[in-house]
Design a protein. Structure first.
Length: 237
């Protein structure tokens, strides 16, 4: 009887984790796609209703997004979707410009040929049709590509830091791509980056990465300045 009770308890725990994980993924996607608008107030109760889960999984999802910087805790008011400001854009891309060119230079010196096929496949993912699903696929592939390259540098702390920066970047890039699409340019930059890695040309890889990040920053800044879409998006999951 004790074994059965223990097995049931483990199963229940795993089930709860699975529900919380699904709630987190759905909530994160809604924030990244700006369907939950920056500055929007969130509560555990309202998110539980929207996600059709209990308040405990909703609370866990919100707490995870706080750690990622996508949600903020407001004293006595619950949670709010983190706002997007030009200062956020500049600070985030400034950090990436400090870290990623140096990281990709290290990666070029340690590049491993057995990962080239995967990198090549990821580099070819674009979003030419402009659909939300295409943008989703691109964001997933883009993040994985940058992290795979970072792994070549051999510094796990850098990979961890870049994972956080890229996670925060996704919402900004999503907004920028929908307003100022540049799929062909982005795919071209990824291809040039992989070519530099194949040649183990650290200087070229660093230069291409710097240009790539600056182009992404410019796209986001132009979108932020010229488009009021962030203030008009309806709330929902």
């Amino acid at each position: 009887m004790r074994k059965t009770h223990s097995a049931t308890k483990v199963h229940d725990t795993e089930g709860a984790r699975s529900i919380a994980e699904k709630a987190y993924r759905r909530l994160r996607l809604a924030i990244v796609e700006c369907r939950l608008a920056p500055g929007q107030r969130l509560t555990e109760a309202s998110m539980a209703r929207e996600l059709q889960v209990g308040e405990t999984p909703a609370r866990e999802a919100l707490r995870q997004l706080v750690l990622e910087g996508l949600v903020r805790v407001t004293p006595r008011h619950g949670y709010t979707v983190a706002p997007i400001t030009l200062r956020d854009v500049h600070e985030l891309f400034e950090l990436r410009l400090m870290i990623e060119p140096a990281t990709v230079a290290m990666a070029a010196r340690n590049s491993q040929t057995d990962h080239q096929a995967r990198l090549e496949k990821l580099s070819q993912v674009g979003y030419a049709d402009g659909s939300q699903e295409a943008v989703r696929r691109f964001l997933r592939a883009n993040t994985e590509l940058h992290l795979c390259i970072a792994h070549f540098c051999g510094n796990h702390r850098i990979v961890k830091l870049l994972s956080q920066l890229l996670s925060e970047s996704e919402r900004l890039i999503n907004f920028g791509m929908l307003s100022h699409p540049q799929s062909e340019q982005t795919v071209g930059e990824h291809q040039r980056l992989l070519e530099a890695l194949r040649r183990r040309d650290a200087e070229a890889a660093s230069r291409v990465m710097e240009e790539h990040i600056k182009a992404a920053r410019q796209m986001v800044v132009e979108s932020f300045i010229t488009n009021t879409r962030l203030r008009e998006i309806p709330i929902g999951v």
